[in-house]
Ligand binder design. Structure first.
Ligand code: SF4
Length: 374
């Protein structure tokens, strides 16, 4: 894999999916370089892993093992969103959980009962479920992404997932597929050039935050170069300023980040930019401080929001949003900007407009998809 920061120590394959195309891709990709273990029962394997690693950093250890297993649940999911805040009604293709990258603030730490990198390989079930749902959605825009429970591209060179799924998805003209990443491993996308139903998205942070809080990820320059390449390849683009972190010097560094973004990217090719300040469930604070003792992000003062998550006080959130929104608007007067998990008051104070419902936020983004096809 070209992302040499990612270290896999073991591949574990549930025998029931050993012949699946994704399992075969992985086996071919690793050759003899990593031990491969076949198991009969994934649930028991995970239980054993959790009890063996009980006193250690099981989250970190889980990032070095790739479990290939069937998904007993649903592949198609609603974005969990968060109660009492506006949500864009995004849909998730749940093909994998866990992430080999190491962001200190990552909400996935402790989110799943299994800390292992997990690839769901019962692809027949995946395709039949998607076919049924895509047909049900006929005539309506469906925004679907893979970057909520994992990074969409971090293991793509190994799993070949995008090369597998995109030819299937692009049979439905109303489906827009977002690939969201903090890597620059985009080679697998080139074969789908000029498909504006594919939206390549990057989460962006100032380089200082990348250095301090986003281990194993691509640098800002690498992310923007990859985005520029995807622009040249004719894809849609998305950017996520999420989480926005408040620290001494944030103004200069976020200003520079926005300047760099718009000096390399044509805003007319951007389907959306999301803004979301740092927030996390209270239990994550202890995990962050234990796993990343050098981090300072938990030193800030937080309130407990209506969804139970810790977040910055409203005046700080508004200060961050207003400034960043203003800098974006100066360079991209009509680009769609939305807030991820914010309340109507924030929308109104920052943009002068407040959507009356989740549906209104969804329509804003759906319309942007359609506008970019014209
Ligand atoms: S890239 Fe996303 S999923 Fe991966 S560790 Fe960072 S925040 Fe978590």
């Amino acid at each position: 894999m070209s992302n040499t920061n990612i270290i896999l120590e073991r591949i574990v394959i549930d025998k029931s999916v050993a012949e699946s195309p994704l399992a075969r891709n992985v086996l071919q990709g690793v050759g003899n370089t990593i031990p491969v273990q076949y198991i009969a029962d994934s649930v028991r394997y995970v239980e054993g892993f959790n009890s063996r690693n009980f006193l250690q950093d099981s989250i970190g250890a889980g990032k070095r093992i790739l479990l290939i297993t069937p998904n007993k649940g649903s592949f198609f999911k609603n974005c969990p969103g968060t109660p009492r805040y506006l949500c864009c009604l995004y849909k998730i293709l749940n093909f994998a959980t866990g992430c080999p990258l190491e962001c200190s603030y990552c909400i996935l730490q402790g989110y799943f009962s299994s800390p292992l990198l997990t690839l769901y390989a019962n692809t027949d079930k995946m395709l039949s479920e998607l076919e049924r749902i895509f047909n049900q959605w006929s005539g309506r825009v469906l925004r679907l992404g893979t970057g909520e429970f994992t990074d969409s591209l971090a293991l793509d060179e190994l799993t070949g997932f995008n090369s597998f799924i995109i030819p299937f998805i692009r049979r439905w003209g109303h489906v827009f597929f977002e690939v969201k990443t903090k890597t620059a491993t985009i080679a697998s996308l080139e074969e789908f050039k000029n498909d504006r139903h594919i939206i390549c998205s990057w989460s962006l942070s100032p380089q200082r935050i990348i250095n301090n809080e986003e281990q194993n990820t691509a640098s800002l320059v690498e992310r923007l170069k990859a985005a520029q390449r995807c622009q040249d390849w004719g894809f849609g683009l998305g950017f996520h300023f999420d989480p926005i972190i408040y620290y001494e010097g944030w103004e200069d560094e976020y200003y520079e980040l926005i300047r760099s973004l718009f000096s390399s990217i044509d805003w007319r090719r951007i389907y959306w930019i999301s803004l979301g300040t740092l927030r996390f469930p209270a239990y994550l604070k202890e995990i962050i401080e234990r796993r990343f003792p050098e981090t300072k992000i938990t030193f800030a003062e937080f309130i407990t929001g209506g969804d139970g998550k810790l977040r910055y006080f409203l005046p700080i959130r508004l200060r961050l949003y207003k400034q960043i929104y203003k800098w974006i608007r100066e360079r991209a007067p009509e680009v769609v900007v939305y807030f991820c998990m914010e309340n109507p008051l924030v929308w109104r104070e920052v943009t002068g407009y407040s959507p009356e419902s989740n549906k209104a936020v969804a329509t804003l983004l759906d319309d942007s998809c359609l506008a970019h096809l014209r």
